[in-house]
Design a binder for this molecule. Sequence first.
Ligand SMILES: Cc1cc2nc3c(=O)[nH]c(=O)nc-3n(C[C@H](O)[C@H](O)[C@H](O)COP(=O)(O)OP(=O)(O)OC[C@H]3O[C@@H](n4cnc5c(N)ncnc54)[C@H](O)[C@@H]3O)c2cc1C
Length: 339
Amino acid sequence: MSKKVLTTKQGGNGIIIRCSDGTEYEGDILVGADGAHSAVRQNLYAELKSQNKLFPSDDAALPFNTICLVGQTRPLTTEEFPLLEKEECQFVRIVGNDKPFAWSTFTTMQGRICYSVVQFLNEESSKLHDSFRNSEWGPEAAGVMCDEVRHFPVISGGDKITTLGDLIDLTPKEYISKVMLEEKVFKTWYGGRTVLMGDACHKLSPAGGAGAGNALQDAVVLANYIHALPLHPVVEEIEAAFEAYKTDRIEWCEKAYATSKMLQSVVDKGIKPMIVRFMMRNMPEFMKRRAAEQMYSSRPQVAFLPLDETPASVKPTHQRSLNLKAPVEENDEVPAKAI
Ligand SMILES: Cc1cc2nc3c(=O)[nH]c(=O)nc-3n(C[C@H](O)[C@H](O)[C@H](O)COP(=O)(O)OP(=O)(O)OC[C@H]3O[C@@H](n4cnc5c(N)ncnc54)[C@H](O)[C@@H]3O)c2cc1C
């Protein structure tokens, strides 16, 4: 819709959002699925803070100690990048010996090379990058970091020495971004008629590859609770549904947060990451299985759609919201409207 939400205002009877183009929308419920720097969250937290209802830890800026450059080359030939000859994805990760960087490359079916460079920040360098926090993602912001990492070597599978600079030169500018890898699970997920989901309430390090999956699972569980609301819910009923949604989801998000944080630190320098790397390489099968069970056993389904019965090797855990039923509609009443 190309709308940018600026402010939200909620009361006993509904909620209004105002957008940057001057338009306004009114509804019964507002779902803030607007990412790590969520405007909905900022509005909600300002309101809760003024009522002394905000968890103190939620009043702090999103913490980060790593920044990341990500890019994707145009499709390459096997002469340009010989590892592309292999049918399986070739994933290579290099941990800098004398620099606070770790970088990875992997091949794709389309012949592109995806790469990411993670920079580990200390207290001083964190401050230097703080001003970047609110700026837009994009090629300009990435430019300085590209120059800094150009000479880092990458393994291409050929005899020719290849560097990240070569990959950067083979990348259309719009396919390079610099992002802050913030990490936090917020404690406040809702207030009144407003509820948060996805990165807006839990920002995970991408090292765990769990951010998008958890955002989708939030959406499924939240949809189940909203679907089961009475046709004309009062604020207390809406908040009870949001509390149930948070209870079902936060435990999984906290687990994913801890796993992602651990996986992020694996590429850091020092003795602890080295021990973790050794343990991961030599982990017995039964422990790998237990880790997989922890990561994949949360698989909520939509209660008001046909269930997916596909058998899986990891059994899904009990899902409370699966038993919820929508209220029976009488005289074609219109149910609560979510924005
Ligand atoms: C480098 C990197 C690699 C990643 N790799 C993985 C991975 O391998 N696996 C994985 O599961 N996850 C990964 N993630 C995380 C994943 O991208 C996020 O967790 C996921 O996109 C969160 O979804 P979301 O819908 O909550 O937020 P977003 O995807 O951020 O979507 C928010 C949307 O809201 C819009 N928006 C923002 N502000 C406003 C506003 N004021 N008004 C209106 N609209 C607004 C934005 O334009 C955007 O479309 C990665 C993240 C990064 C940075």
